[in-house]
Design a protein around this ligand. Structure first.
Ligand code: PBG
Length: 434
């Protein structure tokens, strides 16, 4: 704003000359005059750059006509006093300017400059919205808690599942979020030790995909490939009687699960189980069935993290015994993520995912620097809950911390972010306050 005001005045002697050029020329004159004009003349023209955006910008009192008349008459205003010196508080020490050749704050001094030099951006197109689906009526407290956690409040518990699902998808699309990832909660009666419900073509997930694709053909649907929602043991793989999670046998099931999801219309199948060799096997299985166009987003570096707590609580998906440390990665490990990256790349993954997000920014950056594939990050339930709780307790500004956390994940190198904030953040990006 200030620069524009200045220019429109500085075109004074311009008359018949080219606008652009004259503007430049006048500017040079002003610049050369600067070192000598130390006199401070308070005028409406002076705008403290730092105040821009925060306070009202002072305007020249002149109308366009008056400006034009001044230009025609050759009246050129005085150069602004340099440097403008608003009063510092009493007691501010008198300091000789430091002899700095570089003052990084110069590029941060106004909203326009800050916007011009912003290195990272984020848009609703970068977000994937996780949606939780369950069979039939509301099953009580746990799912309700989850819906709160999903910020789906206001949808009402009376509407049936499909209406609520459609309504959420429509709301997300309204603000530019066209990607969702589905997580099912299946009744215990359907869970077995080999998780066969995972590849039932008429199971909850395939039916949901078909319904959504029918109504929203452009919606990109990511699915979760893992046995835990279908396993009576609550593990991502088949458990042997001695407690060992079987790898290759599990991969066999995962291939059937992925193909079943692809058949229903899934766009991106996302193995989150951390079994070895599953990406290659799933690729082969998809291709063998004619699903060459279906992408694989591999959970490349998924850590055995306590940040999954709220998710497991809500879906009642805690492992029935033990933990997931024989397949999910040790949070202390960094190099190991590279091994997984190389394997997933070689096996044909289309997208590499890091999970959780914010505590693992170094891993996101590691993958970004070591692969040309798109990188995804999952801001998980624990991260989401901490920001929500901090906001509710008025300990932090929820909206700002939400946006900052997402921007930081992008800065670390993630192309897309799976986040429960997707709807809220996209609304915020679209300028909708709520
Ligand atoms: C497992 C799965 C997990 C999450 C989604 N799918 C983690 C786990 O239970 O090991 C966690 C997501 C979250 O915490 O938001 N297939």
């Amino acid at each position: 704003m200030a620069a524009m005001t200045l220019n429109s005045v500085n075109f004074g002697a311009a008359k018949a000359m080219n606008f652009e050029y004259v503007g430049l020329k006048m500017h040079q004159n002003i610049t050369s005059a600067r070192p000598h004009s130390v006199k401070f003349v308070p005028r409406g023209l002076i705008v403290n750059a730092e105040a821009q955006g925060e306070g009202p910008v002072k305007k020249l009192g002149k109308s366009d006509e008056e400006c034009e008349a001044a230009v025609v008459a050759g009246i050129v205003p005085e150069a602004p006093p340099v440097p403008p010196k608003p009063a510092a508080p009493a007691g501010t020490p008198l300091a000789t300017p430091l002899p700095l050749s570089r003052r990084p704050r110069r590029n941060r001094r106004s909203p326009v400059l800050r916007a011009a030099f912003q290195e990272t951006s984020i848009s609703p197109a970068n977000l994937v919205y996780p949606l939780f689906i369950h069979e039939g009526e509301l099953e009580g407290k746990k799912i309700l808690q989850l819906e709160q956690c999903l910020d789906a409040i206001g949808l009402g518990g009376d509407m049936d599942l499909w209406k609520r699902l459609f309504s959420l998808v429509a709301k997300a699309q309204d603000v530019g979020v066209n990607s969702i990832v589905l997580f099912p909660k299946v009744p215990d009666a359907l869970k077995t030790s080999t998780g066969d419900e995972a590849y039932n073509d008429d199971g909850l997930v395939p039916r949901t995909i078909r319904l959504l694709k029918d109504k929203y053909p452009d919606l990109i649907i990511y699915t979760d490939v893992a046995l835990d929602p279908y396993s009576s043991d609550g593990h991502d793989g088949i458990v042997r009687e001695d407690g060992v999670i079987l790898n290759d046998e599990t991969v066999h099931q995962l291939c059937k699960q992925a193909v079943s999801q692809a058949r229903a219309g899934a766009d991106v199948v996302s193995p989150s189980d951390m079994m070895d060799g599953r990406v290659g096997a799933i690729r082969d299985a998809l291709d063998a069935e004619g699903f060459q166009h279906v992408s694989i987003m591999s959970y490349t570096a998924k850590y055995a993290s306590s940040f999954y707590g709220p998710f497991r609580e809500a879906l009642d998906s805690n492992p029935r015994f033990g933990d997931k440390k024989t397949y999910q990665m040790n949070p202390a490990n960094y190099r190991e993520a590279l091994i997984e990256t190389r394997d997933d790349e070689a096996e044909g993954a289309d997208i590499l995912l890091v999970k959780p997000g914010l505590p693992y920014l170094d891993i996101i950056r590691l993958l970004r620097d070591n692969s040309s594939l798109p990188v995804a990050a999952y801001q998980v339930s624990g991260e989401y809950s901490m920001i929500k709780a901090g906001g509710a307790l008025k300990m932090i500004d929820e909206e700002r911390v939400m946006m900052e956390s997402l921007m930081c994940v992008r800065r670390a190198g993630a192309d897309i972010i799976l986040t429960y904030f997707a709807l809220q953040a996209a609304r915020c990006m679209c300028g909708e306050k709520r």
